[in-house]
Design a protein around this ligand. Structure first.
Ligand SMILES: [Zn+2]
Length: 362
């Protein structure tokens, strides 16, 4: 299940190897208060640290396990130590045969042999001792082996999220709060799914729980439709030293019936009345940064394009684009009698026939 024999359990608790039981307990209480997941928003670090200090505590307050550990780690014993007797015993056992505990008797080895001994199987002995400690089941070797496999570093999965923003937000940038659904290893069964043969009540046997996390994300100005924003380490949790996954935001930009995009330029079509077209006018044109007054010169026709300089989009690297306004002469749907009369007068005095030359090419 774990490899704590490879770790410095004393350092984990912040104590010296000659600490007595009272010091170990005091150190554990201090560390536990600091790292208890309940006071750390169940952060992955706190869960790992809390587990680590608890396991260190469990080993170091179990005389037999502690002796095994001290022997393996080669900690020297001080005669003033409170557990001098037991440690001396352990030391004797070590210098004679490696048989200080019932669990290891089957693998009795001489100290001489140990120096030449295959390190992995020697380690295995101790690992098995520790495994039993923490799983609460030290008889099921098979199970321990399975769990040992699980302890390989496991990277968290990435999370993909679609975010739709308005055009104005895409242009000027925005902060968006996104709700991310994380899958995390169930803290109760630690992903084992079963506790003492019964389905874990917290995760219902799935080994994972879902956690909503709200994140405030900065969406940079000038972002394009389909852009991908990576937020490092905000994906699903990694375990056993594995990396957290990343969060990817896929940006979609709401369709607009008014603005279209062409590179960094913004395109739009603006209706004008016939008399505005003839006489010219100053009209208000919506832009991405608000309304802007635009001058329509006399004799403007449908399809004529005007440029509003630097009213387009940009990103950090490129120059800001323009807004290209195409005008379209539109006849109002309803006009007053007076307006109609004026058009009738206009018709009477107008000499223009725009269709005269339609069939006379060149
Ligand atoms: Zn569970």
């Amino acid at each position: 299940m774990n490899q704590y024999y490879q770790k410095d359990l004393y350092s984990i608790l912040g104590i010296e190897p000659d600490a007595d039981e009272a010091q170990i307990k005091a150190a554990y209480r201090k560390q536990a208060r600091k790292w208890h997941p309940d006071v750390n928003d169940n952060s992955s670090e706190s869960i790992i640290r809390f587990k680590e200090i608890t396991e260190a505590y469990e080993v170091l307050t179990d005389e037999h396990k502690k002796n095994q550990y001290d022997i393996l780690k080669g900690f020297t014993f001080k005669s003033s130590s409170s557990s001098y007797a037991s440690r001396t015993q352990a030391k004797k056992a070590y210098s004679g045969t490696y048989s200080t505990g019932a669990k290891t008797e089957s693998k009795t080895e001489t100290a001489k042999d140990t120096s030449h001994h295959d390190k992995s199987s020697f380690s295995q002995v101790f690992e098995n001792i520790l495994d039993g400690l923490f799983t609460g089941d030290n008889t099921n070797t098979k199970k321990q082996k399975t769990e040992k496999k699980k302890l390989k570093p496991q990277n968290g999965r990435d999370i993909n999220l679609n975010v739709t923003i308005k055009i104005s937000e895409a242009i000027s940038g925005t902060n968006r709060t996104v709700n991310v659904l994380h899958s995390e290893r169930c803290p109760k069964c630690e992903g084992r799914r079963f506790i003492n043969g019964a389905k874990c009540p917290l995760c219902k046997g799935s080994g994972e729980i879902s956690i909503h996390k709200k994140l405030s994300v900065k969406i940079p100005a000038g972002i394009k439709k389909g852009a991908k924003i990576r937020i490092a380490s905000e994906g699903n949790k990694g375990y056993n030293g594995g990396k957290n996954g990343d969060l990817y935001l896929f940006i979609d930009i709401e369709e607009s019936s008014f603005f279209k995009y062409e590179g960094n330029n913004v395109l739009c079509e603006i209706p004008i009345t016939p008399f505005e077209a003839v006489l010219g006018a100053n009209i208000d044109v919506p832009t991405l940064s608000g309304k802007v007054s635009m001058k329509i010169p006399p004799y403007t026709t449908t399809g004529q394009k005007f440029r509003l300089s630097e009213q387009g989009t940009s990103n950090s690297k490129s120059k800001k684009g323009d807004q290209i306004v195409t005008v379209k002469i539109v006849v109002p749907k309803e006009m007053t009698q007076k307006e109609i009369e004026l058009y009738e007068q206009l018709k009477l005095i107008s000499k223009h026939n725009l269709r005269e030359d339609l069939l006379n090419d060149k």
